[in-house]
Each structure stands twice: as C-alpha cells, then as structure tokens.
Design a protein around this ligand. Structure first.
Ligand code: ADP
Ligand code: MG
Length: 254
C-alpha cells in the first residue's frame, strides 16, 4: 500500500501545433494539498482537465490510486476508455471551476442532490439529507432553497464545492476557484477549502492566492511553458525560488 494518490509521468498534450503540456511529471501524496502556480497559458487548466480525462493526452500517463486515468493498457499500448468508463472514473474526482457553473434553474439543494440522485441512484430523501450536511459544512444551511441568481459569487462557489463533495470524491481539483470573485468574497471560499483540507482531502488547487498557498499547501508547484519548473514546500518555492522564471512570476503576483 503506497500513500501516492496521483502520479503524472511525462504527460504531453498538444492542441494542433500548440504543444501545451511538454512532459509534466508530478506526484501527489494522499491527503496532500498541492497548489499549482504559473502564468496564463502555461497549461494549468489543461493539466487539471487531463487528470479527470476531460482532455485526452498524447503521451505519458496519469495514474490515480495506481489506476490509469482515461486509458486501458494492453501490452505497451494505451486504448482510450469508453465515455461511460471514463465517466465512472471521474465520479471519484471532484472539480470546481473558476465560473461556478451551477445549474441556474435549480435551487442550491437541487444542484447538490442532482448528481447523486441521477448518476448514483441515491434516494431523494437521503440525498437531500446529505446535501443539508454539506450546506452546513460550507456555512449555507439557510440557502437550501435559493437559486444561483439569488446568491453572491462567494456563496455560489461554496455551493459548487458542496455539489462536488456530494459525489464523495477522494480527490478534488480546483481551477482558480476565487479568481472570478470580488475581493471581499475570496476569504469565505478559501476558508471552506481550508476546512476541507483539514479533513484530509487530497486537493490540487490552481490559484494565485499566495496567502492560501503559504498557509494551507503542502507543496507548491510552478508551471511554465507546459513544464514543471520548480516544486517544493511553500516556504522554499515562494520564499526562496531557485529559478529565474519562478522569481519573475512571483515578483509580479506577490
Ligand atoms: P492556463 O490555465 O495555465 O492559463 P490553459 O491550460 O488554459 O492555460 O491553456 C494553455 C494553452 O492551451 C493556451 O495556449 C490555450 O489557448 C490552449 N488551449 C487550452 N484549451 C484549448 C482547447 N480546447 N483548444 C485549443 N487550444 C486550447
Ligand atoms: Mg486556466
């Protein structure tokens, strides 16, 4: 039994002749909070999307819990999984996007119960009970009946986190979860993420919130040009970066 949750090995991905991921290597331990930083266009979102096979990869491999993501291996060839097989894998991986992507015509509660009820065949009453627990965890018990348009951006994002957790994932991916928010709403979302980290959830978080990275992350990884430039403890990567590109990036965001 290894404590490795995710292993990415030499992941390459191009869009046409745009070689976006140029051989990403990454290892994440169970329970680790890993923050990814990097300039716009460096491939952060693409890499996250490859982890739950929303994107195919051209070469290399991504394993979660030792299981190949998106592909099945026969001899030394990888064959892409069928859509329903990939969807089944994806159920264990929660994703939270910059734009909260809640269903606008559903209440907060319905947004949270939707996937458990329709994808997992959980009973409606049980799903609602569990959704109320999740709403309490994100501090929004009183908003169960509210529609997304009636909620602030921070509240919508907390609902989006609750919705992802409703599928009981064991890995959570966050793609700039606070960058679409007004500054005064960022803190409430980071607080929810911090409390989730404290439960031992494995989390990969693309963020430019350096305070969060410093305080909550176990590892900070700096990506540039589709490659890992530098990775290590937050105090080292943020406080004493070794590479010129990391230094240049940090001097702009800090
Ligand atoms: P980041 O999240 O670090 O800002 P992205 O992963 O979104 O970077 O994008 C990396 C590069 O890949 C960019 O040049 C972007 O234009 C390109 N790209 C991303 N998704 C697609 C797509 N679906 N089709 C074509 N090009 C894409
Ligand atoms: Mg992005």
């Amino acid at each position: 039994m290894t404590d490795l949750k995710l292993r990415a090995t030499q992941v390459h991905k191009s869009f046409g002749d745009n070689h976006v991921l140029q051989g990403i290597d990454m290892q994440i331990r169970r329970g680790e909070v890993s923050c990814l930083l990097g300039p716009s266009g460096s491939g952060k979102s693409t890499f996250l999307r490859c982890i739950n096979h929303l994107e195919t990869i051209d070469s290399g491999r991504i394993e979660v819990d030792g299981r190949l993501i998106g592909y099945r291996e026969q001899g030394d060839t990888l064959y892409e999984l069928k859509p329903d097989e990939a969807a089944a894998q994806r159920q264990n991986i929660g994703m939270v996007f910059q734009r909260f992507n809640l269903f606008p015509h559903m209440t907060a509660l319905e947004n949270i119960t939707c996937a458990p009820v329709f994808v997992r065949n959980v009973g409606k009453r049980e799903a609602a009970q569990r959704a109320m627990d999740l709403l309490a965890r994100v501090g929004l018990s009183e908003k169960a009946g509210a529609y997304p348009r009636e909620l602030s951006g921070g509240q919508q994002q907390r609902i989006a986190i609750a919705r992802a957790l409703a599928m009981e994932p064991d890995l959570m991916l966050f793609d700039e979860p606070t960058s679409a928010l007004d500054p005064e709403l960022v803190g409430e979302v980071l607080e929810v993420m911090k409390s989730l980290a404290e439960t031992g959830m494995t989390m990969i978080v693309v963020t430019h919130e350096m305070g969060f990275a410093r305080e909550v992350a176990d590892t900070v990884t700096f990506l540039d040009g589709g490659l890992v430039v530098e990775s290590g403890a937050p105090a080292d990567v943020l406080g004493n970066p070794q590479h010129g590109r990391t230094k240049a990036f940090l001097s702009k965001v800090l």
